[in-house]
Design a binder for this molecule. Structure first.
Ligand code: ZN
Length: 285
């Protein structure tokens, strides 16, 4: 009897720790963005992201009250940028610290992502799950912690551009705008991220850089689709076109196509083949 009760308690605790199902939120997290444009001769509607996913090292924390409570957020309305306030620590060290809170049990702290001074991005908590970073905004945002080299809190170039690429990717994925990119300071008045609280002009520049990168990605995707539908160089393979597309994104970090983009790519190939067959038939006729 005692054994059965213990098993029931263990199962109950496990169920409690599991993230709760929420079909609406899951749909939001997994949804594919509609991408629609007009070429000279075609109207193309596809589903896929224009901004490629930056290279993200996924190291999810174990579900635990102190750093990954396993609570679903109410919505994803904001991206909140932070700085760690702990100079010269690495993204890996901060990830490992969040993970250790499961045992230390002395503070509630984490973030969905941590970006290191070499531009490396580690994901600690999935999008759509609460991380302990941004106070009340934890329930309606995704948080990004940033490493830095000294107490000024200034980001390195590599950290800055990884943040630009990550925030561009997330804002497109969750249909967010420039105004949805906020600092911890904008939630609570806390001096975080320090450098961008003290240099508001550079904060505005950061948001501009995110939006400019998104536009560049959209333009590059348009060019890529256009070229697939209307190839002007017979020697160019689809891989060449894809490579040129990725190179054209000005991404200084490694970028990769997501599953949804792979579907897009397959769909584009089909369209291009159909268009080519149609051209051949017309030329022969
Ligand atoms: Zn903060």
């Amino acid at each position: 009897m005692i054994l059965i009760e213990a098993v029931c308690l263990a199962v109950g605790a496990f169920v409690l720790l599991m993230p709760k199902e929420d079909p609406d939120l899951d749909e939001l997290v997994n949804k594919k963005i509609k991408f629609e444009y007009q070429t000279e001769t075609d109207r193309v509607v596809t589903y896929g992201l224009a901004v490629p996913r930056p290279n993200i090292d996924i190291q999810l924390l174990t579900v635990n009250d102190w750093s990954r409570p396993g609570i679903k957020v109410d919505s994803i309305d904001k991206i909140v940028v932070h700085y760690l306030g702990n100079p010269e620590t690495t993204a890996q060290q901060n990830h490992d610290y969040f993970q250790s809170l499961k045992n230390l049990q002395n503070t509630y702290m984490s973030a969905n992502y941590v970006v290191g001074t070499n531009g490396e991005i580690i994901q600690c908590v999935p999008d759509g799950e609460v991380a302990w970073a941004s106070n009340k905004a934890n329930y309606y945002s995704i948080s990004i912690e940033n490493c830095h080299l000294d107490s000024s809190g200034q980001f390195t170039e590599a950290t800055y551009w990884s943040d630009v690429h990550l925030v561009a990717y997330l804002t497109e994925k969750y249909s967010l705008d420039r105004d949805d990119i906020i600092r911890h300071y904008d939630v609570t008045g806390k001096d975080c991220p320090k450098w961008y609280v003290e240099h508001p002009d550079e904060w505005e520049q950061f948001k501009d850089d995110v939006m400019t990168y998104r536009q560049e990605c959209e333009q590059a995707q348009r060019n890529m689709i256009d070229e697939l539908l209307h190839p002007d160089d017979d020697d160019e393979t689809e891989e060449d076109i894809l490579r040129k597309y990725l190179d054209g994104l000005n991404a200084e970090t490694d970028v990769q196509l997501e599953t949804s983009d792979q579907n897009l790519w397959d769909e584009l190939k089909k369209r291009a083949e159909k268009a080519a067959a149609k051209d051949d038939a017309e030329n022969e006729g």
